[in-house]
Design a protein around this ligand. Structure first.
Ligand code: CAA
Length: 372
């Protein structure tokens, strides 16, 4: 067993860290305070090739593996959680379905533009009445000649209004559950597609989240991903690797909280127990990291990883929330002042326990696999 990162992973992590600390971190507080999109950080990530980490070189990407992706998101999140979720959703659920399920023509058409960052990707599964129970979604896609006509409303869509392309899940068949669902590549400039309400959130404020409204949006049949009725499998497979990315995001937020707590304790007189608290925080993050890297390692090797991805997502995001809270407690009054990194980490961590499958859903996926 070898816990060392390979030299290429080490080098990649160092290069992402330099970019994240140099460009994203200095913006993090302002992006949070002003609820503004971190343009500069996303542009710098695109210039450095970070928008196509998982996309093979033949389609213009870096051709790296799931572990590199996890390291990338972890480093970005340590600097700015908003930047990390924008790039995470773009890379995993916003682009990977085209790589995994697209035809050669679809890959050639869309992946180079996603890899370069010319297009930002997004994933439109959730609906107002279909969140955790994704298979009950109602958006319809009716076949009309060589096109599908999409109608429905998607909600809580990350990268809303910024995405150039949405992976949209809609019902094409009579089956009322998973078997009736298909997946579509829907360009953001399609007629009838519009942004609905954009939410003001408690955290991840630089990452836009909102409603996607589809009113008679006509999409060529060539934009359907996989066969009719296979859309739910596309969504579930995309979410498996997406959950590894969210684990990386959680690790980054948690590590930032630990590092800031440590800096505080070095700089001020320590009270009894402070050093034990710090030791507990660091230990929790390190144990969570092992689960996340294991899930990424399994995915990189083409082994089954659904259960491990859910375990990583569950444990890393619960850890991030707990560590952010305890670090804030350690910081004391300084931590609760609006704009302090401690309160930002606490607000940023919360959504991670909810999105890409709530942690109750992760428990369901883990238990289902154990009891199979
Ligand atoms: N990989 C491939 N296929 C899978 C799969 C996986 N991991 N999990 C299930 N499937 C397939 C099954 O094999 C089954 O196919 P067959 O009928 O052909 O066998 C089909 O999908 C249906 O599976 P289930 O019966 O298990 O489906 P279910 O209705 O019981 O739901 C669920 C399962 C796990 C609860 C699912 O609904 C789920 O993951 N819900 C959470 C949704 C979610 O994570 N939403 C996040 C939205 S995106 C977001 O938050 C992103 C963001 O912007 C930050």
């Amino acid at each position: 067993m070898n816990f060392d990162l390979a030299p290429q992973h080490e080098a990649f992590r160092a290069s992402v860290r330099e970019l994240a600390q140099g460009v994203a971190e200095p913006l993090a507080a302002e992006v949070d305070r002003d609820h503004r999109f971190p343009e500069e950080a996303v542009a710098a990530a695109a210039s450095a090739g970070l928008m196509g980490v998982l996309i093979p070189q033949q389609y213009g990407g870096a051709g790296l593996d799931a572990l590199a992706f996890t390291l990338c998101i972890e480093e970005l999140a340590q600097a700015c959680a908003s930047t990390s979720v924008i790039i995470d959703v773009h890379t995993s659920v916003g682009s990977e379905p085209i790589l995994l399920f697209g035809t050669e023509e679809q890959r050639r058409r869309w992946l180079p533009r996603l890899a370069s960052g010319e297009l930002l990707g997004a994933f439109a599964l959730t609906e107002p009445a279909a969140g955790s129970d994704a298979a009950s979604l109602k958006t319809s896609a009716r076949r009309v000649g060589g096109d599908y006509v999409l109608n429905g409303t998607k909600v809580f869509i990350t990268n809303i209004g910024r995405a150039g392309v949405y992976i949209v899940f809609a019902r094409t068949g009579p089956d009322e559950r998973a078997a009736g669902i298909s997946a579509f590549i829907v360009p953001a400039d399609s007629q009838g597609l519009r942004v609905g309400q954009v939410f003001r959130k408690m955290g991840l404020n630089g990452s836009p989240t909102g409603e996607l409204v589809l009113e008679n949006v006509s999409v060529p049949a060539a934009n359907r991903l996989a066969a009719e009725g296979e859309g739910f499998t596309v969504a579930m497979r995309a979410l498996d690797s997406g959950r590894i990315g969210i684990s990386g995001q959680a690790l980054g937020i948690a590590q930032a909280a630990v590092d800031q707590a440590r800096a505080l304790l070095v700089a001020r007189p320590r009270e009894q127990g402070d050093d034990f608290t710090l030791a507990d925080l660091a230990t929790r993050v390190e144990s969570a990291r092992l689960l996340a890297y294991q899930a990424a390692w399994l995915c990189s090797r083409g082994k089954p990883f659904t259960r491990e991805a859910s375990m990583a997502k569950l444990h890393c995001t619960d850890t991030a929330m707990a560590v952010a809270l305890d670090a804030l407690q350690l910081a004391g009054e300084e931590g609760v002042v609006s704009g302090s990194p401690f309160e930002r980490h606490m607000r940023d961590a919360k959504a991670l326990q909810i999105y890409e499958g709530s942690n109750q859903i992760q428990r369901h996926v883990i238990a289902r696999d154990l009891l199979r």
